[in-house]
Every structure is written in C-alpha cells, then in structure tokens.
Write a protein that binds this ligand. Structure first.
Ligand code: KIV
Ligand code: ZN
Length: 516
C-alpha cells in the first residue's frame, strides 16, 4: 500500500488568514495536539513575516519531536535565511519556498518574465539546500498556469534539489476531474518525479477542496496539505479530517496508508475551534455537532433497527465517545475526572480543584451536565490567573417596540425594536475591585462599554459570536469575542454561562486579559 503523507498548515495558511495572532502558548497547544493526531508535517508559520512569527516558529520547532516541522518562505534569500534560522534546532526541519507560476500572477503581481521566475525558483531552492536537505517547492496558482511552463518550473526545482513539489489550486478554481488530471499530468511529464514527493494543496472557494484533494490522491499524490476544520483564506483550505475519513470509509478506493489516529480528530477539531474562535458549523462534515444526530422519524427508526442504515461513521472512530453518564452537582471529582479522561482531556494535578469549582458553578446553573457542556467548560477554564476577573454585573434594559410608518410600497409596516440598556460592572484587576457603569445599545453593548471604561483603554470589537452549546431552556451560551486595542494583535476571548449576557461579559474580560 502506498504511503500518504499528511501535511497540516492550520498554523500557517489557517491562522494567517484569520487576522488572529494566536499567542505562542496557543500555537504550541495546537502543535502538540497535531502530533497526537499523527500528522507527518506541521507548517508552523512564515518566519520572515514578523518577529512574532519567527519566535513562535523557532520555539515550537525546538519543542516538537517525531514530526517534520516546516516554515514558509518566498523565493527571496533573506526570507529563506530567516526561515532556516527559525528551524535551526528542529529535529526534522523543512523549508517550504515557492513563487507564483500562472501568467496572471507573474505579469500582474510579480511583474516578472517566465524565465526570471524559473531562475528565481531554482536559485531559491539551491539557497535553501545550503541549510537543510528537506526543501519543498510550491508553484503558487499552479492550477491556472500553463502546463508546459509548470513542467519547466518543476523540472528546474527538482534539478536544484527540491525533495517535495507542491501543485496548489491556490484560488479553489478546479473541479475534481480537472485537478486529478493535472496531478496525473505532472506525475507523467515532469522528469524524475520518482525522486521527489508530489504534494497537493487545495482551497475551497467552490466548495470542492476535499473532492479535489481526493482526486489528487487517486491521481498519485504522495502528500496532501490542509487544515483542521478547513479554516483558511477566504472559503478555507481542504479539511484534513474530511480527507482522512473519506479514505477511512472507502479504503479500497484509495489504497493508501497514513499514520493518523482518527480518535484524535474530534479533540483536535474542538481545540482548533476554541483557540481560533472560529466555530465549527453544526452541519459540518465529520466534526459538526449534528454530524451523528438523527432527527427525522424514518431515520431514527432505521438507526434503531440497524445503525448503518443512516450512519456511515461510528462517532467513536473520530473520538466522540458514546455517553453513559450525565453529570450533575452531585457528581464528585472522581466522576468528573473520569469523564474528562474519556473525552480525551489529560489534567495536570493542580488543575482539578479549580476546574471542579467551575464545574459546580455550572451544575448549579443547569442541573445536568452533558459532554458538550464539559467541552465548553474545558475551553474557558484557564489554569493560569487572569489579570481581569468579572466579579459581578447588573443590567437594566428599556425595551421599546414601535411600528415604523406605513411603507409607500403597500407592504405592511415593520416593527422596529430599540433597546437602551445601562450596565454596572465590577471587575477585579490584579486583586482590586473596580466598578463602573455605561449605557449602550442593548445589554451586551452596555456591559462591554462599562468594561471599556474600567479598563481605561480604547477597545475595538472585531467580532462577536454567541452560540448555544446544547438544546433546551438551560442550554449553555458560549460567547466568543475578538478584540484589538492600539498596536496589539487581535485576540480571542471565550465565556460560557446559561445567562448569555454573563457569557458575553466573561468572553470580553477573557480577551481583555490577553491584550498586549
Ligand atoms: O494556496 C497556496 O498556493 C499556498 C502556498 C503558499 C503553498 O498557500
Ligand atoms: Zn494555500
């Protein structure tokens, strides 16, 4: 069986495009989880893009064992130097360098002649080879390039010593049959392809990244690139979990082997969603909350008679254990620890007490605690002390619903709602309680404004998201906010509560504590 290498770029193509700068600790946590998942290569970032990216690539590259770590670089000598420097202490380093090869990109973006592009690409690979053996070359916008030109570029970079050649569909333009055909063409027409690994890298602009990647694998690709939950530029990258499970469910079609531990898929998906603040849609293939739920009567009847009638994947395979117990305020530390272990969380000795108190607080609010609640709890329970803590808040709202004047077009008048609110918030800052009040356009806005006043800085709210963690009147609200202030990169904060205003306030305070 052929070996398929799994290349994860969640921390580069995924993170870079979100406008979120994950901090080093968060990136490290994702990287360690990717190692547990069993990916072969982790692209850690673009070291020349910022000093922060350099340090995080360097620190994580030093820490990871048993996996190839990779840094991105343009075909520019000083980028390659920075990349090599960041990877210097890695156990198994790789430089991923490349340049655009479509006529459109070469002419309009690079303003380079095709011959210059070939020379630049080969020179970059030769330069990268002075630092390390493993050098991957990406031919940006390869799918929209002239095929004969693509063959010329790849021929030269292989001569220059590239060990992997990557043929991306950078703008997600391909259909599966076309992309598979391109990969087959490269395999058959570029000399010495047997000496290198052929990599595929797809984007999801037309919703076909997974399908295109599978077509690429069928056509003979050795390595598939993608991100967890498919996060990434615009409509995202190939979802690695979808590729892995497509192969799993139809092994005979692909005849490839990899070293992914599928039981780590759900924990990895949750971690990436939690850390990036990008929610997984409930209907998302493989890892969506509804992916294994059966709602209609006919389906429920079928599943009860024979699971496989409507269930092509046993959720336990991706690490969603079937629930046997429901926890409550009467559950002890042992039961909580046991269930968390079953869900894949390993707790440090010192974390348990704090976590248990948070669990009891939650159990008082909502009586029955399900797995989704525990995941949400683990997502917000920071072991380290936060600079800002939400102590209390109260909100008075003045809801006012009025009918707008009758529209001229004959449509009925539309009801307009305005709600002004006044919030009083107390935060503990480095141990000291500080209270302030503000009015806002609705309760959440008023609470955020009161927090701004207490913090005494100008905060820009970039994103706010509120989701219900489970169903029913006592469902938990899970709030995520993305904020920035001054020169600080954007940060994400999270909060949970059965009270959605409290969840929002907690998320805002959590983010505030992370601002630099
Ligand atoms: O989509 C793309 O072409 C890329 C390259 C930098 C590999 O992300
Ligand atoms: Zn990409």
């Amino acid at each position: 069986m052929k070996r398929l290498y799994i290349f994860d770029t969640t921390l580069r193509d995924g993170e870079q495009s979100l406008g979120i700068t994950l901090n080093l600790k968060e990136k490290l946590e994702v990287a360690h989880q990717l190692v547990r998942l069993g990916v072969d290569v982790i692209e850690l970032g673009f070291p020349a893009s910022s000093p922060g990216d350099f340090v995080s690539v360097q620190t994580i590259a030093r820490a990871l064992k048993g996996v190839t770590v990779c840094g991105l670089s343009r075909c520019v000598a000083k980028d390659i130097d920075r990349c090599a420097e960041a990877l210097r202490e890695a156990e198994s380093p790789r430089i991923h360098t490349g340049i655009a090869v479509s006529a459109l990109h070469m002419e309009k973006k690079l303003r380079m002649r095709p011959d210059q592009v070939i020379e630049t690409a080969a020179a970059a690979v030769r330069h990268a080879k002075t630092y390390m053996d493993d050098v991957e070359f990406f031919a940006e916008d390869a799918f929209r390039s002239d095929r004969n030109f693509l063959v010329r570029v790849l021929t030269e970079v292989i001569k220059a010593g590239a060990t992997v050649v990557n043929v991306p569909d950078t703008v997600g333009y391909a259909t599966p049959w076309e992309y598979g055909e391109l990969i087959g063409f490269v395999k058959n027409n570029v000399p010495h392809m047997d000496r290198v690994r052929l990599s595929i890298h797809c984007h999801n602009d037309l919703g076909m990244a997974t399908a295109n990647s599978l077509a690429g694998i069928k056509a003979g690709a050795d390595q598939v690139e993608g991100t967890i939950n498919g996060i990434g530029e615009r409509a995202g990258n190939t979802s690695l979990e979808e590729v892995i499970m497509a192969i799993y469910t139809q092994k005979q079609r692909y005849d490839v082997q990899h070293r992914i531990n599928t039981r780590e898929i759900a924990p990895t998906s949750r971690l990436v969603s939690m850390i990036t603040g990008v929610p997984v849609p409930s209907h998302k293939a493989i890892v969506g909350a509804n992916a294994y739920m059966h709602a209609s009567g006919i389906h429920q009847d079928g599943v009860l008679k024979e699971k496989q009638t409507y269930e092509i994947i046993d959720p336990e395979i991706i690490g969603v254990p079937r629930n046997r117990i429901v926890l409550s305020a009467r559950s002890g530390r042992h039961a909580l620890k046991h269930r968390l272990a079953e869900l894949g969380y390993s707790l440090q000795a010192g974390d348990m007490e704090h976590l248990y108190q948070e669990f009891l607080h939650l159990a008082d609010q909502k009586q029955e605690i399900y797995d989704e609640d525990l995941h949400a709890l683990m997502g917000v329970c920071a072991p380290e002390a936060r600079r800002y803590q939400l102590k209390s808040f109260s909100v008075v709202t003045n809801g006012h619903v009025s009918a707008t004047e009758g529209a001229d077009d004959g449509n009925p008048p539309v009801a307009a709602a305005t709600a002004t609110a006044t919030a009083t918030v107390t935060l503990e800052i480095d141990g000291l309680a500080v209270t302030d009040a503000a009015t806002g356009n609705g309760p959440v806005d008023a609470v955020f404004k009161a927090i701004d006043r207490i913090a005494g800085i100008v905060i820009c709210l970039e994103d706010y998201n509120l989701r219900s963690v489970s169903q029913g009147a006592t469902a938990l609200g899970n709030a995520t906010v993305k904020i920035t202030s001054g020169d600080s990169p954007s940060v994400v904060g999270r909060g949970i509560s059965t009270d959605i205003i409290e969840a929002s306030a907690k998320a805002y305070v959590d983010a505030l504590s992370k601002l630099r």
